[in-house]
Design a protein around this ligand. Structure first.
Ligand code: ZN
Length: 189
């Protein structure tokens, strides 16, 4: 992990802890409205943004997941974090993409997806095989990234979140309705 707030043992009292912002955030789950909102473009590239990215990465790895979009922690802004670790056991590496947008695509692929905001469901989803994504880094510099296969799926899934779209929206109405019914039952309990 990139950071872990360190405190001397003696200073940890309830009062101190109350003043420290939690870095692992609550993950909002379907059907919470924030997951359906249109997100706002990020114009300010400051320490607050960098801190938010660190919190998102920590939340993502804690879950654990391989991608997280800001609406999933209740922030309606155009920001995603994706895992780019070389292997599962090695050092965790992630990449933030600010204001990401798919600017080109090619072909199709079908792969299994799940989502931290859509618990207890995985399903095959049809996506583009290759995508080119325009985005900004934490300093506001513009970049373009072309990728394919699994990483292209992750980027499409996370960018969908910024447009209020969940992977269940790509399923057949029958499958989607089955899931909605299941969630309604949980909510009644
Ligand atoms: Zn998701």
């Amino acid at each position: 992990m990139v950071h872990c707030r360190q405190l001397k043992k003696s200073t940890i009292t309830e009062d101190v802890l109350r003043d420290i912002p939690m870095s692992i955030q609550r993950i909002y789950q379907y059907p919470e409205p924030v997951l359906r909102q249109k997100t706002e473009k990020i114009e300010t590239f400051d320490n607050g943004l960098a801190q938010l990215v660190e919190d998102m990465a920590e939340t993502m790895y804690d879950a654990p997941g391989i991608g997280l979009a800001a609406p999933q922690i209740g922030k309606s802004i155009k920001l995603i974090v994706v895992d780019i670790s070389e292997d599962k056991e090695g050092e965790k590496k992630y990449m933030p993409l600010v204001n990401p947008e798919i600017v080109d695509h090619e072909g199709n692929q079908i792969d299994e997806e799940g989502c931290l905001s859509v618990p207890e469901l995985t399903a095959n989803v049809k996506r583009y095989q290759k995508v080119t994504v325009a985005y900004q880094d934490l300093q506001g510099q513009a970049h373009e990234l072309s990728t394919e296969n699994r990483f292209a799926v992750v980027l499409q899934h996370e960018i969908d979140h910024l447009n209020g779209i969940l992977f269940i929206d790509h399923l057949s109405p029958l499958k989607r309705n089955l899931y909605k019914k299941k969630v309604k039952k949980w909510l009644v309990k």
